[in-house]
Design a protein around this ligand. Structure first.
Ligand code: ARG
Length: 432
């Protein structure tokens, strides 16, 4: 294998077995001087311990950083405002974390004058794409090394063996039977028995959320405040983004809210069974959407839903640092200028329901909506409106007799449509 004596490689380091072995391997096999780079997005725990482990694994230097505020402010909130849910469900915790970790990696490479960066992603997932594309977008001159994608090729047993030989502490605790990634915005769990999409997830998959059958009995209500689409408070009290998310993860989890079990489409073409736990993300998306329903016009809601899909797709696909993202984000931000107000949610045995919303910018007008006293809507004006709105329908009825004659003919959508198509498909065949 090619060696890189005298070169520095900055490795995105989690403190786990894979990346610890990678430190030693990059040094021993490729001859790199290794600097590790760790960003805490809310699940790293003791940064000092991570730093010591990196050094013990053979790193020349270990950079650690609490990046939780940056994560929430520049990645989580914009994605929330966009309504970004991949394939309608996944709040994108892992996908949002990668571009930030890649950015920290690039920053570290610059300050270390390194020409190489590395990550511990395998060649089958989305995460490698996200790292590689983000590094490519921010620093196209850097070369990305991915030992787990080729070169290192160790089974877990071999990794443990290798770690022992290189003085790397292997946690005594039993390895999780799943592949897990965690940050403030959610917990992603895959592999192991979850690979059978028909199999119900075993209890031990879930760490943040209670079984909905075992939650406290009385439902629980909470109130979330937003300013321009950003959550700023809980039950009338201001909270920082990080604290708010942490609290909602705990409270939501206690009521069994935030479990997601789905089959999703990875960018590399594989369908994959994924479990997520994301109480805060589920609650905040729900609340944000409820507030938008109150303050955005029907047109804005419809169009924004399409942008949300596009936005989710690009985040999932690792295109965070792209012009397309900048353009969509600019639109999203503009839509949020009236998304200020409060939403009440009720948590009950695994479900959360919006039970109230209010805003100074509300487009909801009781005088227009009411069926009671004080109705200001002009009922007679509806006649003229319907006459014009229904014009195409009546014209078609007169000229195309779409629904035929007789009471049964008007029920037969499929057969009618099919016959019409068949007739068109065989125009010149003679009728017997
Ligand atoms: N499927 C999710 C995604 O692509 C989660 C990936 C989790 N990563 C992991 N190393 N377990 O964003």
């Amino acid at each position: 294998m090619k060696r890189y004596e005298g070169e520095t490689c900055v490795l995105a380091y989690s403190g786990g077995l894979d990346t610890s072995v990678a430190v030693a391997w990059l040094r021993e096999t490729l001859g790199f001087e290794v600097v590790t780079c760790t960003g805490d997005l809310g699940a790293t725990g003791d940064l000092g311990a991570v730093q010591r482990k990196a050094i013990a694994s053979g790193a020349r230097k270990a950079i650690v950083q609490d990046a939780r505020d940056i994560f929430v402010r520049y990645f989580v909130w914009p994605a929330l405002q966009a309504g970004a849910l991949y394939e309608e469900r996944y709040p994108l915790a892992t996908a949002l974390g990668r571009p930030l970790l890649a950015k920290l990696l690039v920053d570290a490479a610059r300050s270390e004058n390194a020409r190489f960066v590395a990550h511990g992603c395998t060649g089958k997932g989305n995460d490698q794409v996200r790292f590689d594309l983000a590094v490519g977008a921010l620093a196209p001159d850097l070369t990305v090394i991915a030992p787990m994608r080729g070169g290192m090729n160790m089974t877990r047993e071999e990794e443990i063996d290798y770690a022992r030989k290189h003085g790397i502490a292997v946690e005594a605790t039993k390895k999780s039977p799943y592949s897990v990634d965690e940050n403030l915005w959610g917990r992603s769990i895959e592999a192991g028995v979850l690979e059978d999409p028909w199999g119900r997830p075993p209890r031990d998959v879930y760490q943040w959320t209670a079984d909905p059958e075992e939650v406290p009995a009385p439902p629980y209500e909470l109130e979330i405040s937003f300013v321009e689409g950003v959550p700023v408070g809980l039950d009338g009290e201001e909270q920082s983004g990080v604290d708010l998310i942490k609290t909602l993860n705990v409270v939501g989890g206690k009521y069994g809210v935030g479990r997601i079990d789905m089959v999703e489409d990875r960018l590399v073409g594989i369908k994959s069974r994924e479990i997520y736990e994301a109480p805060a993300a589920v609650l905040l998306h729900q609340a944000q959407r409820a507030l938008e329903a109150l303050v955005l016009t029907k047109d804005a809601l419809r169009f924004k839903a399409r942008v949300a899909q596009e936005y989710a797709e690009l985040v999932y696909n690792g295109l965070w640092f792209s012009a397309h993202h900048q353009d969509l984000a600019a639109y999203v931000r503009s839509t949020q200028r009236f998304v200020t107000g409060e939403v009440r949610l009720r948590l009950d045995r695994g479900t959360s329901t919006v039970v109230g919303r209010r805003s100074a910018h509300s487009l909801y007008q009781t005088a227009l909506a009411t069926y009671g006293k004080g109705d200001a809507f002009d009922h007679r004006a509806s006649e003229g409106f319907i006459t014009v709105f229904g014009l195409p329908v009546r014209t078609q009825a007169r000229t195309q007799a779409l629904w035929g004659e007789g009471s049964e003919a008007a029920l037969e959508i499929p057969r009618k449509a099919l016959t019409a198509q068949t007739d068109r498909a065989k125009p010149q065949r003679a009728r017997k």
